[in-house]
Design a protein around this ligand. Structure first.
Ligand SMILES: [Zn+2]
Length: 233
């Protein structure tokens, strides 16, 4: 299958679903990692025009760990809802990956732009299937299945599906470590050690599923395929 994971920022997927993506790669799926926004405002010290290049390199280095392909629409702005073309850019992501399964942020996530991505992707999986809606790539028919991934720190999110990532937690950590530009920023901005957060969250989802490490998901109720067949590893 073609698995497309769409994060808002370049490091979101490594925190929330990279262990599952690594398992998808191991079973032979093609994996695409997309960051809708380029994350150029995520620093106090690195100028935005420099940071967006750094963050693209970091995501590419992370994706290279598992042999995933990167999709980089290179959008920026305080509010994604006010960025022209953002919704159609997300439709094109679904098509460019020829996605069978899409994973993205849950509607409950705390970050306003994570929630915007969640809405856009929910809408895009359907819109991307319509041949008369034009973007650079042709329509994907039928619409792909859609899964919500966990929220940051698991706040307000109750998974219905768990993926055992005990075998890939080391790979997930290596991927997250590629996002060096964020460590000092997240510590000073929200007092968060991002690697500690990822390991703790993977561990407590593991407790819930009776394995060492796990990631939690919920199928979006947009499409029967996600309810009739298990598509995650
Ligand atoms: Zn984010």
């Amino acid at each position: 299958m073609n698995i497309l994971a769409i994060g808002c920022h370049p490091d979101d997927l490594e925190i929330l679903c990279a262990g599952t993506l690594a398992r998808c790669r191991k079973r032979g799926d093609r994996v695409f990692m997309a960051s809708v926004m380029n994350g150029r405002d995520g620093s106090r010290t690195i100028p935005p025009e420099q940071l967006e290049k750094v963050r693209e390199r970091e995501l590419r280095a992370s994706a290279a760990v598992i042999g995933a392909r990167v999709l980089w629409p290179n959008l920026a702005g305080a509010h994604l809802d006010e960025v022209p073309g953002a919704r159609m850019a997300v439709v094109e992501l679904v098509r460019a990956a020829r996605a069978d399964v899409v994973i993205t942020h849950a509607p409950e996530c705390y970050h306003p732009n994570h929630r915007a991505v969640s809405r856009y992707v929910h809408d895009a999986v359907f819109t991307a299937s319509l041949p008369r809606v034009r973007t650079a790539s042709p329509a994907v028919e039928p619409p792909p299945a859609l899964y919500w991934m966990d929220t940051i720190a698991g706040v307000d999110f109750q998974p219905t599906e768990y993926v055992d990532i005990t075998a890939t937690i080391g790979i997930k950590r290596r991927m997250l470590l590629k996002h060096r530009s964020q460590f000092a920023w997240l510590k000073s901005h929200v007092n968060m050690s991002v690697v500690d957060l990822m390991l703790t969250q993977s561990r407590f989802r593991g407790f819930q599923a009776s394995v060492r490490y796990a990631e939690g998901f919920r199928p979006a109720l947009n499409y029967p395929l996600a309810r009739t067949k298990r598509l995650l590893p």
